[in-house]
Design a protein around this ligand. Structure first.
Ligand code: SF4
Length: 293
C-alpha cells in the first residue's frame, strides 16, 4: 500500500527506508539558488483530516514502522501545537516508532522558543536535517540562502540544547574557485562552533533548469572547481574542523568524486591520511558519468 504522494517527493538518503508523511508541501522559503527541489510547488500545509487519515491508513498496513520522516522541505515551519498533535498521533498509532525526523531551516528553529522546541521533542520529534551549505557569509549571500553563519550556529545549538539530533549538510564547490577558501574556512568555523551530530559533505550539482539563475546571482564570478580542487576543499575542511564533541562525518554522497567517512575528533588524522593517499591514486575517483554531470 502506497500513499498518494504529491510529487516530487524528497527525503535524506538515511531516510530511504522510512515511512514518509507529507505534512507540508514544498518549501516555505524556496529561494536558494542551488536548489530546485520544490520550484514546481507552492508552499502549503496539509490539514489535519488529511494527515490523520493517512496515518490511520498506514498504521493498518505498516504497523511495525520504526522510522517516520515528515516531508516536504521544511515541515518544521508548522505551528508547534500542530506539529505536536501530528507527532503524538504517529507515536500513538505506531507502537514501535524509534525516530521521527524532518527537514528544518535555521529560521524555522529560530522562530520557535526553546520551550516549544523542547515540547515537540518530548512529544516524540527526534531529529532535524538542516542544510548549512556554507559557513561563509559571502557565499551564503551569493546563493541566497537566507541565513548567515551566526544564525546557523545559533539554530543548531538551540535545537541540540532542546534535545534534537542534528544532521547537517555542506556543499563542496559552492563558493566556486573565487570563494573556495572563504567557503571552507567559514564552513569549518560553523561546524566547529555547533558540532552537529552528523555532517554530510556533498558536491555542488546544478540541474539545468536553475544553472543560469545560479550563475546570474553570482554576477559572473562563479567558476566551477574541478575534482582535484574539490578534494583539496574536503581536505582543508577536515583539517580546519576543530571539535571535542563527536561528529559523524560523511562525504560519500553520489555527487562526490572521492568518498570518505569517519568520526571527529578521533578519526580526523586518519581521514587526512586517507586523502593524502587518494591524491596519489586518482584512479579511484568516481567517474563523472556516475555523478550526474
Ligand atoms: S531551504 Fe532547503 S528546500 Fe528550501 S530552497 Fe533552500 S535548500 Fe531548497
Amino acid at each position: 500500500m502506497m500513499l498518494n504522494y504529491d510529487a516530487p517527493l524528497y527525503r535524506p538518503p538515511s531516510e530511504a527506508r522510512s515511512l514518509i508523511f507529507q505534512v507540508t508541501l514544498g518549501c516555505s522559503f524556496n529561494e536558494c539558488s542551488f536548489c530546485d527541489m520544490y520550484r514546481s510547488k507552492e508552499y502549503s500545509e496539509r490539514p489535519w483530516d488529511e494527515v490523520k487519515s493517512e496515518i490511520d491508513m498506514m498504521a493498518k498496513y505498516l504497523p511495525d514502522t520504526r522510522r517516520v520522516f515528515l516531508a516536504d522541505g521544511d515541515a518544521l515551519n508548522l505551528d508547534s501545537d500542530y506539529m505536536i498533535k501530528i507527532v503524538k498521533y504517529i507515536r500513538e498509532k505506531f507502537s514501535k516508532i524509534e525516530r521521527i525526523s524532518c527537514y528544518a531551516m535555521p529560521m524555522n528553529i529560530l522562530k520557535k522558543t526553546s520551550e516549544e522546541l523542547k515540547k515537540m521533542n518530548e512529544s516524540g520529534l527526534d531529529m532535524f536535517y538542516l542544510g548549512i551549505e556554507s559557513g561563509s557569509d559571502i557565499v551564503l549571500k551569493k546563493v541566497t540562502k537566507g541565513a548567515i553563519g551566526k544564525t546557523i550556529i545559533k539554530s543548531v545549538n538551540k535545537a541540540k540544547d532542546a534535545g534534537y539530533i542534528m544532521s547537517c549538510m555542506v556543499i563542496l564547490g559552492l563558493g566556486g574557485r573565487k570563494y573556495s577558501k572563504e567557503h571552507i574556512k567559514g564552513t569549518a568555523e560553523v561546524i566547529s562552533a555547533c558540532s552537529p551530530n552528523y555532517v554530510g559533505a556533498l558536491t555542488l550539482y546544478l540541474e539545468n533548469g536553475i544553472k543560469q539563475e545560479f550563475l546570474d546571482k553570482y554576477e559572473g564570478e562563479f567558476v566551477r572547481i574541478d575534482d582535484d580542487e574539490s578534494l583539496e576543499e574536503l581536505q582543508s575542511l577536515i583539517e580546519q574542523i576543530d571539535t571535542k564533541e563527536e561528529i559523524v562525518f560523511r562525504a560519500n554522497h553520489g555527487s562526490n568524486a572521492y568518498t570518505i567517512k569517519g568520526t571527529f575528533p578521533q578519526d580526523k588524522q586518519e581521514m587526512l591520511d586517507k586523502i593524502e593517499w587518494m591524491k596519489q591514486h586518482p584512479e579511484i575517483m568516481r567517474p563523472q558519468g556516475l555523478r550526474g554531470f
